[in-house]
Design a protein around this ligand. Structure first.
Ligand code: GLC
Length: 543
C-alpha cells in the first residue's frame, strides 16, 4: 500500500543510532562507521526507513560530539570521510536513508573559528561569536543545562570579554546576525548533501538569534534564517528532509513548519512524558490533553514522535506537580535525574515489563507522526545510572552474549563505556542474537508492530478522533484516512477493561485485527463490546 503522493518522510519510521555505541569494527573499544555498516542489515530487518546518526565530526567530545571542532571531517574514532561516503552508499543500496545532526547554534571552543575569535580582535572571526563587555545582557534567556551552568555568559581571559552560550561553556554560540556565519553553515549543509546524505536533524534551532528583552528563543529573525536554509535546500536538492529539534510546546514548534516552507518535520516533545504518565497512572487524560494542544500542521509536514532518545527524558513541558510525580515515580533515586529530566532508558522506566514496553510503542504508533526508535530500545536494553551526564543511556549495543556483548573485540577495560551487566539487564540475557530466535521477544514483536504500522499509512497520514473519553483507563483512538478506518484500543491499567463503543458510523464493515490477523464480525447498530487485557492493545481495521 505504498503512498506515492506523499514525500517519503511522512510515513517513515526512524532509528536513532549513536555510532560510538553501536558496533566497533577495529577493536579500539569505540563504535565506528564500518561497524555501523556491518549492522545495516539488522537495521533494515527491523523495518525502519531512515537512520539518524548523532554527530560524527571531529570534536573534543565535551558534549559527546555536539561540540564540533570541524564541520567537514569525521572524528578519527569513527573513521574517515570515505568511510562515511561508503556508509551513505550502503545505506541507500538497502533502500534505507540516512540523516545526520546539523549543529547550527554553536561550535566547540576548540573550533579554529573560536580560537581565532577569542585571540584576534582584528580577525573576521571575532564577529562569528556573540561577545559582550558585560554578562548582564539577555537576562531573560533561561539556562538549559541547569545542573552544570550558572550563566549563559562565560568570561574568556584571552578576549577579555564574555561569550554567549546556551549549552555548556565549551560550546560558544555562533553569531547568526553575521551573514558570513549564515553562509558558512550553508556551505556545511552543501558538503554533506552533495555527498548524498538525505537530510538533517537540526539541533537546538530556537536559539540562533538573541535580542534584548526577549527569551532569545523562536525569534522572527531565527525563523527567517531557517527559511533561507530550506529555500536553499529546495532549490538545489530533491527528496531531502529537515527535522527541527525545538524542545517546546506544539504551538511554538508549529511556527517551525512555517507554511510548509521551513522544516519538513519537528519533534513533538511534550507528548513523550505524557505517554509514561498515562501508563504510570492508568489514565488517558494526559494524552487527550496534549493532543488538544497540538495544532494541525501544513500539508506534507510531519511530527516526529518518540519515547526516548540520547538525552534525558525532558520534563520541561509538564506542570510542577506533574514533574514531581514523574520524578517520584520514574526517578526515585536522585542519580536518575538530570537538569529538568530523567536520565533513564525506556525499559527500566517501564519496569522491564514487556507488556508496558509494547503498549508504549503501540501508543506512540497510534498517534499521528513519524516514530523514532532509539537504538537498543527495540531489545529492551537497560541503563547505567552510575555513568556521568547522559552517558548511562548511551552504553554499547548488546548484540550477543559473548565478551563485550559482541560490540567490540577490545579488552573490556578499553571500552568507551562498560556494557550493561546488571542482574536484570545483563547483555547475557538481553541481546539481539537471542531475541532473533524467540518469536515472542520484544525485538520480534517490535518488528511486527513496525511492519503493520508501515503497511497501513492511515497511522502516519490520517486524522484522529478520541473515543470513549470518559473511560480514561483506556486510550481509544479512531484513525481515519481516505476510506480506511482503524480503531486503536489501549488498556493503560493492570486490570482487564471492557469497552462498549458506538461504531454505528461504520455499520456493516467487517472488523479485522491487524496485529493478530483475525477477522471479527460486522459492525451493527448496537454498541460493539471489546475486552482488553491488562496493558494490552489492539488495532482494528474496518473493511
Ligand atoms: C541537543 C542535543 C543534546 C546536546 C545539545 C547541545 O539538545 O540533543 O544532546 O547536548 O543539543 O548541542
Amino acid at each position: 500500500m505504498a503512498e506515492k503522493n506523499h514525500p517519503w518522510y511522512m510515513n517513515a519510521v526512524f532509528y536513532e543510532v549513536h555510532i560510538r555505541a553501536f558496533c566497533d569494527s577495529d577493536g579500539d573499544g569505540k563504535g565506528d562507521i564500518q561497524g555501523l555498516i556491518s549492522k545495516l542489515d539488522y537495521i533494515k530487518d527491523l523495518g525502519v526507513d531512515c537512520i539518524w546518526i548523532l554527530p560524527i565530526y571531529p570534536s573534543p567530545l565535551r558534549d559527546d560530539g555536539y561540540d564540533i571542532a570541524d564541520y567537514y571531517g569525521v572524528h578519527p574514532d569513527y573513521g574517515t570521510v570515505d568511510d562515511f561516503k561508503q556508509l551513505i552508499e550502503e545505506t541507500h543500496q538497502r533502500g534505507l536513508r540516512i540523516i545526520a545532526d546539523l549543529v547550527l547554534n554553536h561550535t566547540s571552543d576548540q573550533h579554529p573559528w573560536f580560537q581565532e575569535s577569542r585571540s584576534n580582535p582584528e580577525s573576521k572571526y571575532r564577529d562569528y561569536y556573540v561577545w559582550s563587555e558585560t554578562d548582564q545582557k539577555y537576562r531573560d534567556a533561561r539556562i538549559i543545562f541547569l545542573d552544570t551552568e550558572k550563566s549563559n555568559w562565560t568570561y574568556d581571559e584571552k578576549a577579555g570579554m564574555y561569550f554567549w552560550h546556551r549549552f555548556y561553556s565549551s560550546q560558544p554560540d555562533l553569531n547568526y546576525d553575521n551573514p558570513e556565519v549564515r553562509r558558512e553553515m550553508r556551505n556545511v549543509m552543501d558538503f554533506w548533501l552533495e555527498m548524498g546524505i538525505d537530510g538533517f536533524r537540526a539541533d537546538a534551532v530556537p536559539y540562533l538569534i538573541e535580542r534584548e528583552g526577549t527569551s532569545c528563543e523562536n525569534l522572527a529573525e531565527t525563523h527567517a534564517i531557517l527559511k533561507e536554509y530550506r529555500q536553499h535546500l529546495d532549490i538545489n536538492y530533491e527528496d531531502k528532509v529537515l527535522l527541527a529539534e525545538a524542545n517546546q510546546w506544539p504551538l511554538d514548534v508549529w511556527h517551525y513548519f512555517g507554511n510548509g516552507e521551513e522544516f519538513h518535520m519537528g519533534f513533538h516533545f511534550p507528548v513523550m512524558p505524557r505517554i509514561y504518565m498515562a501508563i504510570g497512572k492508568g489514565d488517558a487524560t494526559p494524552i487527550h490533553w496534549i493532543m488538544s494542544q497540538t495544532p494541525e500542521i501544513p500539508e506534507n509536514t510531519q511530527w516526529c514522535i518518540f519515547l526516548r532518545n540520547h538525552d534525558e527524558l525532558t520534563l520541561e513541558m509538564v506542570t510542577e506537580d506533574e514533574r514531581q510525580w514523574m520524578w517520584n515515580k520514574f526517578a526515585p533515586d536522585p542519580r536518575m535525574r538530570l537538569n529538568l529530566g530523567i536520565r533513564r532508558r525506556l525499559t527500566p522506566l517501564l519496569d522491564n515489563d514487556p507488556r508496558k514496553i509494547l503498549l508504549a510503542n503501540a501508543l506512540l504508533y497510534s498517534l499521528p507522526g513519524a516514530p523514532i526508535i532509539y537504538y537498543g530500545d527495540e531489545i529492551g536494553m537497560g541503563d547505567n545510572i552510575w555513568l556521568f551526564d547522559r552517558n548511562g543511556v548511551r552504553t554499547p549495543m548488546q548484540w550477543d552474549d559473548s565478551l563485550n556483548a559482541g560490540f567490540s573485540d577490545a579488552d573490556p577495560e578499553d571500552l568507551y563505556a562498560p556494557v550493561i551487566n546488571s542482574e536484570e539487564y545483563s547483555y547475557k540475557k538481553v541481546n539481539v542474537a537471542s531475541q532473533i530466535q524467540d518469536p515472542d521477544s520484544i525485538l520480534n514483536k517490535m518488528r511486527h508492530l513496525i511492519a503493520v504500522r508501515k503497511a497501513n499509512p492511515v497511522f502516519a497520514l490520517g486524522n484522529y478522533e478520541f473515543r470513549s473519553e470518559e473511560k480514561t483507563e483506556c486510550l481509544v483512538i479512531l484513525r481515519h484516512y481516505k476510506d480506511v478506518n482503524v480503531l486503536c484500543l489501549m488498556n493503560l491499567t493492570d486490570q482487564k477493561q471492557t469497552l462498549n463503543l458506538d461504531l454505528s458510523a461504520l455499520i456493516n464493515k467487517r472488523m479485522v485485527d491487524l496485529l493478530k490477523y483475525e477477522t471479527y464480525g460486522m459492525v451493527q447498530t448496537d454498541p460493539v463490546k471489546f475486552e482488553v487485557d491488562p496493558f494490552d492493545f489492539a488495532w482494528i481495521r474496518f473493511d
